[in-house]
Design a protein around this ligand. Structure first.
Ligand code: GLN
Length: 191
């Protein structure tokens, strides 16, 4: 199993450590030619979506990645990564990959609540740690998007086909169940 990490900016190294501990091989995508390597799944890390989006355009990686995702490449996106996947940003005319039927508001929790940690339910798994850092909010989803987690009535994790997106950072906690969920239910599942 080969897991590719978008490694332009953000906390891709933390994601890489998680998947290595789970026995996966990993590779970092830093330039267009890296996309020619073989990989079974893509991780879009947290960080700063404006910077990641700009670099994806400057390095001419955006449309190739978008096509791979449309063709069914499994994707796990956290925080800024979910902003990259969103079909609409509510406070910004920019769309980056735009492959997922969600509308997202950036920095939705305000200044005082910009970083916090809770434990919650994710797709039936209980007591999962969830760290939020200047998190966006998923405000609308198209009908075939499955909501996997919510916090105070706000959607925090969704799945649409082979795309899994969340507004928090599971890679920052020791609990590995979300990465395992991704591998078992999305990457290793037949379409
Ligand atoms: N606030 C960041 C953005 O808008 C996301 C923060 C994160 O990835 N932790 O891109």
């Amino acid at each position: 199993m080969q897991i590719a990490l978008l490694a332009l900016q953000g906390d891709f190294a933390e994601h890489e450590a998680v998947f290595r501990k789970l026995g996966c091989a990993t590779l970092q995508l830093r330039q267009k030619q890296d996309l020619l390597q073989k990989f079974d799944a893509l991780i879009l890390p947290g960080g700063e979506s404006t910077v990641q989006g700009r670099l994806l355009r400057e390095l001419d990686m955006l449309s190739a990645l978008r096509q791979r995702i449309r063709d069914g490449l499994p994707v796990l996106a956290t925080c800024a990564g979910s902003i990259l996947l969103a079909q609409q940003l509510l406070d910004d005319p920019t769309v980056h990959l735009g492959t997922m039927g969600i509308s997202v508001r950036r920095n939705a929790y305000g200044r005082q609540l910009s970083s916090f940690a809770i434990r919650g339910t994710f797709g039936g798994m209980k007591d999962v740690p969830m760290s939020f850092i200047r998190a966006p909010q998923i405000e609308f989803c198209v009908p075939d998007v499955e909501v996997l987690a919510e916090y105070n009535g706000r959607i925090t994790a969704v799945r649409q086909g082979r795309q899994l997106a969340m507004t928090f950072h599971p890679e920052l906690d020791e609990d590995r169940r979300i990465a395992e969920y991704f591998l078992t239910n999305i990457v290793q599942k037949d379409r």
